[in-house]
Design a protein around this ligand. Structure first.
Ligand SMILES: Cc1cc2nc3c(=O)[nH]c(=O)nc-3n(C[C@H](O)[C@H](O)[C@H](O)COP(=O)(O)OP(=O)(O)OC[C@H]3O[C@@H](n4cnc5c(N)ncnc54)[C@H](O)[C@@H]3O)c2cc1C
Length: 367
């Protein structure tokens, strides 16, 4: 078998890359060791950047499958601030449903899949799998946070990054809000994302690998009260999350996309948005035969979300800072609106946004 583009990893980033590459006339093959529908611990929020990129991939989301949300609410035990997303559409969508939609779209444009396939050896000209050799012109690593392709290509990050743990579970309960709620506790955060008219997804983030949903919810009485009597409709799934980036996103004929290339801590809710935008740029670069274009687009797409994630993680690390910032957001809603507008903006006017974040940071520090 030969592929122009051989994508290792059939998660959202890999399938999106294959769809985009196929749409440019390239023969795309996706290999995944698992079989669909592939589930993964995720908060399941799609920000406007994700919805817009999906549209560019030819994926329109059926209103019956999603729960549109209009903004964010950040709260701790003392303060609460909410703001609307000013431009674009955002929604909650079950991860398994998103996966099925992407697989269907990929099949429609002629992507080939090798599901349940274990790779025994990587080679820059292809991979050895199931006693066969699949040759390729371009090898794309879309194999997530612990990417084997990244290791094979010598693109592991130079320095160690601190990891956190993310868990998610769904509950059968009518959403009480059309906002994504981020609740800040002493040692963990809980995010509430409505994913349907009768269902919400709760995700939990913590540095403590032993902390689980039931115990953590005890620290969030407002959320626990809402969930009283509600039936969990999925098992608790967990994943490692961190703020980290590969040494580079391309080397020779190998490119990295999605979490394999860069992860912004799950609390930022940006992973899917980044993955889909990167996929579109990567396909352009592959079609043009020039991965340098992808490297610079990747830098530009990720700069603002990385800065924003740093700010959110600083709020996790220092209780005093978090209290001060949340109190300030509650007292000055225009400031919080500004932050949400930068965070959720689908536009790639990156330099403008980077400047806005620096300004926002200064105002928070000195207010
Ligand atoms: C708790 C939590 C909450 C989050 N909430 C949000 C949110 O609300 N919104 C948002 O946008 N992002 C969120 N994220 C981030 C988001 O889930 C990720 O950014 C996204 O899943 C990245 O997609 P991916 O395709 O790059 O990687 P993955 O989804 O991890 O897919 C990688 C695929 O590669 C396959 N694979 C791995 N190794 C191999 C191999 N050797 N051979 C073949 N196949 C292989 C795996 O089976 C998998 O299918 C959250 C993350 C966490 C942990």
């Amino acid at each position: 078998m030969h592929a122009d583009v051989l994508v290792v990893g059939g998660g959202p980033a890999g399938i999106a890359t294959a769809i985009a590459a196929r749409s440019k006339g390239l023969r795309a093959v996706v290999i995944d060791s698992r079989k669909p529908p592939i589930d993964k611990a995720c908060g399941e929020g799609l920000l406007p950047g994700a919805v817009a990129a999906l549209h560019s991939l030819g994926v329109e989301l059926d209103p019956g499958l999603i729960f549109p949300f209009s903004g964010f609410r950040f709260s701790d035990e003392k303060s609460s601030a909410s703001a609307l997303i000013p431009i674009g559409k955002a929604c909650g969508l079950r991860r398994t449903v998103l996966h099925r939609i992407l697989v269907d779209r990929a099949a429609e444009v002629g992507v080939s899949f090798l599901w349940g396939t274990r790779i025994s050896r990587f080679d820059s000209c292809g991979v050895h799998a199931n006693n066969d050799f699949i040759s390729c012109k371009w090898l794309v690593g879309a194999d997530g946070h612990s990417s084997s392709v990244r290791r094979f290509a010598g693109l592991e990050a130079g320095r160690r990054h601190e990891s956190r743990f993310g868990f998610r579970r769904h509950y059968a309960v009518s959403p009480w809000t059309d906002l994504i709620e981020v609740h800040w506790g002493e040692e963990s955060q809980v995010v509430v994302t409505p994913t349907g008219t009768g269902e919400i997804c709760i995700s939990l983030f913590s540095s403590d690998s032993r902390l689980r949903m039931d115990r953590a919810l005890g620290q969030f009485p407002d959320v626990a009260k809402r969930l009283r009597g509600a039936r969990p409709v999925s098992t608790e799934a967990g994943a490692v999350t961190s703020l980290s980036r590969a040494r580079a996103v391309a080397r020779g004929n190998v490119a990295l996309v999605g979490d394999a290339s860069c992860t912004v801590d799950g609390i930022a809710g940006q992973g899917l948005s980044l993955a889909f935008q990167q996929a579109l740029h990567l396909a352009d670069a592959l079609a043009g035969g020039n991965l340098t274009l992808y490297e610079s687009a990747h830098r530009s797409i990720t700069r603002t979300p990385i800065r924003m994630a740093r700010m959110l993680l600083a709020m996790n690390a220092s209780a005093a800072l978090r209290r001060r910032v949340l109190k300030l957001f509650a007292a000055r809603p225009a400031l919080f609106s500004k932050m949400i507008s930068i965070h959720a903006s689908a536009s790639t006017a990156d330099e403008l946004k980077a400047g806005q974040i620096v300004n926002l940071g200064w105002r928070l520090l000195w207010a």
